[in-house]
Design a binder for this molecule. Structure first.
Ligand code: PLP
Length: 430
């Protein structure tokens, strides 16, 4: 169990952190604030110009399959978008745009206050009900982001003498919640149910035990074995915290999410989701029992002390719900697109079997992923490189986000470009 780590709650790092500590510590000495800024600015100068163009590329249209992009060199063009989690193609859907336009006329641009005070809008009440119905839970509360939902969940639901046992690939926002709580968290190897059970059997905290996993993992696009994990939660009287950011809208008959895909009826699981993936806007939510939701409304500080989502954003999610119901072909098309790409890309090395809208293409540790990312950019393909220090060198990968709006020609173009890049970078062996 050498991979077993206890999360350090004060300054602990984890695989999701992107801080380059070389710009914070120099020759073993912790730099002062101004020196940190200067050191970081200096390090940026040494970045290859082409690489610099890959970050903060300005989007100048909706992020649909073809997206207008201006990169840092000032180059302006249309690119094939494989870097947006717009899984169902709702970002630019005419019905969503129409509904949002109606609501902005009625409610204005924003609401300027948190839910407890003036930020609890009528569309928000309606959306809470729709989310509870989708997830099959008693109640739901809505946060201004998925990140805040995770912070609010961990710091609101757990206390320091509890133990949280988490999959090592859990999202940064979950680990940041642990740091904020200064709580006790141990991780188990990704999707390793056996190790999870060992940890459950061996650890007897003073407080309660929580198990934290994702439905579909954001890094590799694979699915958690929720049948086994949910059974373990029951066996060991632990509460399951399920981050279903990438499963919501994607898995289940009607997009209910990963629990439904495993035919598990909700009992007391705590389900977290975001609006930043399938619904293509922003915001997050937690669904569960009435008691839990009422408790979090007062205990989750990112809910209590942060302004609500504006009614226009809520309207976009509500409209997205309508589209999901009226156009179930979108979910089917997404899965067809993923299946097609998976079949064609298997020979290049997939990090895991994709089950949702993400395909993770592994890059050998000796490869120059920055150079390859630049080649994708040059070829007009917009996708995200997941690099060290976000992941270890041997886990670097390209993350392909697939959409229902991608057409066959888009998929084939992506495959051709991957073939060319792999061929050029790996001694013509592909
Ligand atoms: C699994 C998971 N949880 C939470 C979040 C945070 O969501 P948001 O971007 O809506 O703040 C993300 C976003 O990448 C995610 O992938």
């Amino acid at each position: 169990m050498e991979h077993l780590r206890t999360i350090e709650t004060d300054n602990g790092d984890n695989h999701s952190s992107r801080i380059d500590y070389s710009s914070v510590i120099k020759a073993g000495v912790k730099l002062g604030f101004r020196d940190r800024l200067a050191n970081f600015s200096e390090s940026l100068k040494y970045q290859n110009k082409e690489e610099q163009h890959l970050y903060f590329r300005a989007i100048d249209s909706s992020t649909d399959r073809i997206t207008k992009v201006v990169d840092n060199s000032g180059k302006y063009r249309e690119m094939l978008m494989f870097g947006s989690n717009n899984y169902l193609g709702l970002a630019n859907h005419p019905y969503v745009i129409q509904k949002v336009s109606e609501v902005i006329r009625e409610f204005g641009a924003g609401i300027a206050g948190p839910p407890l005070l003036n930020g609890y809008s009528k569309p928000m009440v309606e959306l809470e009900k729709r989310l509870s119905a989708l997830k099959g839970t008693e109640s739901t509360l809505i946060f201004s982001s998925g990140y805040n939902a995770n912070l609010g969940l961990v710091t609101g639901a757990c206390i320091r003498h509890d133990l949280i046992i988490a999959d090592e690939y859990s999202h940064a926002s979950f680990f940041d919640g642990i740091k904020l709580l200064k709580g006790k968290c141990i991780t188990f190897k990704h999707n390793d149910v056996k190790e999870l059970e060992t940890l459950l059997a061996e650890n007897h905290p003073e407080g309660d035990v929580f198990i934290a996993v994702e439905g579909i993992y954001s890094m590799d696009g694979d699915v958690a074995p929720l049948d086994a994990i949910s059974a373990l939660a029951k066996k060991y009287d632990a509460t399951l915290l399920l981050d279903d950011a990438h499963g919501t809208g994607v898995l289940g008959e009607k997009g209910e999410g990963t629990l439904h895909a495993f035919h598990i009826d909700w009992s007391d699981e705590v389900i977290l989701g975001t609006f930043s993936k399938s619904f293509a806007v922003n915001g997050g939510f937690i669904s569960g029992s009435e008691e839990l939701v009422n408790y979090l409304r007062f205990m989750a500080r990112p809910y209590m002390f942060s302004a609500s989502l504006p009614p226009v954003t809520i309207a976009a999610v509500l409209a997205g719900f309508d589209v999901m119901e009226k156009e179930p072909w979108r979910r089917k098309r997404l899965h067809e697109n993923v299946r097609y790409l998976t079949e064609k890309l298997e020979r290049f090395g997939l990090a895991a079997e994709p089950k949702g809208g993400i395909i993770a293409l592994s890059v050998p540790s000796f490869a120059n992923i920055r150079k390859m990312a630049s080649q994708f950019n040059d070829a007009g393909i917009f996708l995200n490189a997941i690099e060290f220090p976000a992941v270890p060198f041997n886990k670097q990968r390209f993350r392909i986000s697939v959409s229902a709006n991608h057409i066959q020609a888009d998929l084939d173009r992506l495959i051709t470009v991957i073939e060319e890049i792999w061929y050029n970078n790996f001694n013509n062996t592909f």
